[in-house]
Ligand binder design. Structure first.
Ligand code: V0D
Length: 257
């Protein structure tokens, strides 16, 4: 709702904005990918250590996962740690690597109750044993769940994922088990970490950067992209519903032509 104040048109404060704005009977994206950016900046603005931003960001993960589950999203893929993130200070990396355990120690029981299936995407090599162990336990205990599929991309980089797939296919060609002509889009897709997932319908990126940053490049060929300046720790389910509403608006428009 727009309101006139002098010569300015301004958005009317938080009434319309607060409740779900999307169409609950409309198309809900089946797979939503999220780049959770802005934790460090959030902390800096408060004169807190970056670690405090990550801690706060983890609360947002919990809230958004619940919201997604609540409206029937089938798959969420959260970009938690990129292959680039190793360049951060040692202390920060060490802290980040404890977050999967911390998250799962408080959330795993509830995730199991909600029939959520947890999975890791990315290269486990180089991750600390305690991080892999926590993820393995979560994957194992939720393996047969049939509800929301919750993926955490950890030590993930899209180009590395593609290199790994192409090398494997090159090996198979060399061994003579496949012909070069048999390599097609479907075969490549089957050799990615996401082999059994649908491509994302919607990408959400917080904190004002308008880039893909090496996240699911192959998989996002047709994905709707949605960016917001809101920092990840400030991102709420109302922002999430807003993203879905805009996705539905775009789906209606191209449905019309
Ligand atoms: C920091 C903002 C949840 C983004 C959210 C390894 C960066 C908080 C997890 C998590 C991180 C990972 C696996 C899992 C359950 C939870 C997480 C990392 C960072 C880095 F099975 N939040 N979170 N992992 N941050």
């Amino acid at each position: 709702m727009l309101e006139r104040i002098g010569h300015m048109l301004v958005r009317k404060a938080n009434q319309e904005e607060k409740r779900p704005v999307f169409d609950e009977a409309g198309e809900i994206p089946r797979h939503i990918a999220v780049i959770m950016d802005g934790n460090g900046r959030w902390a800096k603005m408060r004169n807190l250590p970056r670690i405090a931003g990550h801690r706060s960001g983890m609360k947002t993960v919990k809230e958004i996962v619940k919201a997604a589950d609540g409206i029937g999203v089938k798959t969420m893929t959260m970009y938690a740690f990129s292959t680039e993130n190793w360049k951060r200070p040692r202390e920060e990396v060490d802290y980040l690597m404890k977050l999967p355990q911390e998250f799962l120690s408080t959330e795993l029981e509830e995730l199991i109750e909600r029939n959520v299936r947890v999975r890791m995407l990315g290269n486990p090599e180089g991750l600390p044993a305690h991080t892999i162990e926590a993820m393995n336990i979560a994957e194992e205990r939720t393996r047969h769940n049939t509800g929301l599929q919750l993926n955490f991309a950890l030590n993930y980089g899209s180009r590395t994922e593609l290199v790994r797939a192409f090398r494997e296919l090159a090996r198979q060609v060399q061994a003579g088990t496949i012909q070069p002509e048999e390599v097609d889009e479907e075969m490549i897709a089957r050799h990615l970490y996401t082999s059994d997932l649908p491509d994302p319908d919607l990408l959400i990126r917080t904190s004002g950067e308008i880039r893909l940053s090496n996240f699911m490049l192959w998989q996002m060929a047709y994905t709707e992209l949605w960016f917001t300046d809101v920092l990840w720790p400030d991102f709420t389910k109302e922002h999430f519903y807003q993203a879905i509403a805009e996705y539905q608006g775009r789906a209606r428009r191209y449905g019309a032509v």
